[in-house]
Every structure is written in structure tokens, then in C-alpha cells.
Write a protein that binds this ligand. Structure first.
Ligand SMILES: [Zn+2]
Length: 288
């Protein structure tokens, strides 16, 4: 039996077909122009690629009501998602149980069950990309919160006087450690990968941008570890390819807090760009 997992991003949507713990099919398509078209895409993937699918899981970059499968606050993908009954529509079309979850929680479940955090119980997760997603696992379970919103480490304030964040706050971790913040701090029309290349080639300004990102992450993760008592952090997402450039500042900040929080292991994610889709498929297994 196959479980289909779909990770809806701001511009690209990834899918996997999972049999047991094995990915037996995967792909990436442009994100459809709205929620109706996303339902059609999911239904056609299910009928073409996984006609024996036992469940479908969909990860959305925002807040959702897991009990009903309704999108609550999903600002980035195109279209009007707020209040959209994604789970009910897709189930009506396919007859297959559907789970709708937050994409960072999906990433966390995948890395917890099959990736870098396998065998660990208490873990923080940070996903560095266009934004900074986050999640928390305690006692071997990824926590959800009332709107699938528990663990937003990217929106911890590290500089109250800092730049405006998309969440309405100022100086969130995300303004330092996500792709747009890295590019803005460096200046010019470049990609985060190009800033990382410049840092590795000895550009001091680029290196300082990543030191600052590492500092911001260290502040937020140190606070979160103080509150939650976890001993491990998994860092993933597209920008985490530059984790090596952030490590020194990140560890320096965590080390200062060692008497309280102990040694925190900072582990790179291992499942790559499909982690969110794999996690969505794993959540599908749990749907009714
Ligand atoms: Zn924010």
C-alpha cells in the first residue's frame, strides 16, 4: 500500500510515494495557482501514481486545523487559502483519507522517524529557507499546538529594534537566517548560495552575514532549549547548506549557556528537499 505525501511550497510543490519507509516515486511541479487547482493536482497524482494509495498527506506552509483538514493562515502559496476545506474536498474527490499538516511539523516527523533525529526523543527542528520554520519533539512525538502552530522558532525575537518580519514583529530569527534576510544583509542581487560561495572564497562581508545568522539561531535555539529542556537540534532547509558558515557563532552562543542547557548537539538534516513531502506522507498514515 502506498502513502502519498505532498509538500505545497510558495513556488514549487514536491510529492513522494512512500511504501513502508521507502520512497518509491517522487517529483517536483510548479505550485498550482490556487487551492482548487491544488486539490486537482493531488487527485491526479493519486490516480496516476498511487492508485492503491491508502492515504494522502498534504503539508502547507502555514497554520491548519488538523481535525478538519482546513487551511487557516497560509499566506505564501498563490490563491485564497484562508478557511479552505482542503481535506474534505480532496477526500470527496478521491475517497482516500487525507491529513493536512504544517510543513515544518511534517519535516520534523520525517527527520524524527527516518532521518537525523531517528532514535532521539527530545529535539528542536529549524528549517532555513525562504522563511525559518520550526518544530518541537518531546518524548518522541512532534507537538502540534491548537493551529498546528507549535514550534515557530523562526519568529523568536533576537533584535527588538531590527528589521520588520512578515509576521508583524521586528527582528525575528527569520530576518537574519532565512534566504531573503541573508541576501538583504549582503546587498546586491544575489542568491543565498552565492553569498555562501563568497564567504567560502574569503569575502569578509559575506562571512559576517552568516556569522550573524548563526548568532540569531543560537539565541533562539538557546532560549528554546532553556524552556523545553531538549538536548538536540536538527537544522534543514535549502539555506542549511551554509550551516558550516554559521556553526562557529551558533556554538559560541550555545556554549555560553552550557551551565543551564548542557551540550546541545546541532545535527544537519539528512533527508534533503523531500523531507516535507515524506513527513506529510507519514502523517497521512495517521489520518482516519
Ligand atoms: Zn517573525
Amino acid at each position: 500500500m502506498t502513502r502519498l505525501g505532498i509538500d505545497v511550497g510558495g513556488t514549487r510543490t514536491k510529492w513522494v510515494a512512500l511504501e513502508g519507509e521507502a520512497v518509491v516515486g517522487s517529483g517536483t511541479v510548479p505550485t498550482p495557482p490556487g487551492p482548487d487547482e491544488t486539490v486537482e493536482l493531488a487527485a491526479s497524482l493519486a490516480s496516476e501514481l498511487a492508485p492503491d494509495a491508502e492515504s494522502i498527506g498534504i503539508g502547507l506552509p502555514g497554520h491548519v486545523d488538523r481535525a478538519t483538514g482546513t487551511a487557516l493562515f497560509v499566506p505564501n502559496p498563490p490563491g485564497d487559502w484562508d478557511g479552505y476545506p482542503l481535506g474534505a474536498r480532496l477526500r470527496a474527490l478521491t475517497g482516500v483519507p487525507v491529513a493536512v499538516v504544517n510543513d515544518a511539523r511534517a519535516f520534523a516527523l520525517a527527520e524524527l522517524e527516518l532521518g537525523a533525529a531517528r532514535g532521539l526523543a527530545d529535539v528542536l527542528f529549524a528549517v532555513l529557507g525562504t522563511g525559518v520554520g520550526g518544530a518541537v519533539a518531546l518524548g518522541g512525538a512532534v507537538l502540534a499546538g491548537p493551529r498546528d502552530n507549535l514550534g515557530e522558532i523562526g519568529h523568536v525575537t533576537v533584535a527588538p529594534w531590527g528589521s520588520a518580519c512578515c509576521c508583524g514583529n521586528k527582528g525575528c530569527v527569520e530576518t537574519f537566517a532565512a534566504g531573503p534576510g541573508i541576501v538583504r544583509a549582503f546587498g546586491g542581487s544575489v542568491t543565498p548560495e552565492e553569498v555562501a560561495e563568497a564567504a567560502r572564497a574569503g569575502d569578509g562581508r559575506a562571512a559576517r552575514v552568516f556569522e550573524r545568522a548563526g548568532w540569531a539561531l543560537g539565541v533562539a535555539l538557546g532560549d528554546a532549549a532553556s524552556v523545553l529542556g531538549v538536548g538536540s537540534v536538527v537544522v534543514g532547509g535549502g539555506v542549511s547548506g551554509a550551516l558550516d558558515l554559521m556553526r562557529s557563532a551558533l556554538h559560541a552562543h550555545l556554549a555560553r549557556r552550557r551551565p543551564l542547557i548542557g551540550d546541545i548537539a546541532v545535527l544537519p538534516a539528512v533527508l534533503g528537499p523531500l523531507a516535507g513531502a515524506i513527513g506529510a506522507a507519514l502523517y497521512g498514515r495517521r489520518s482516519g
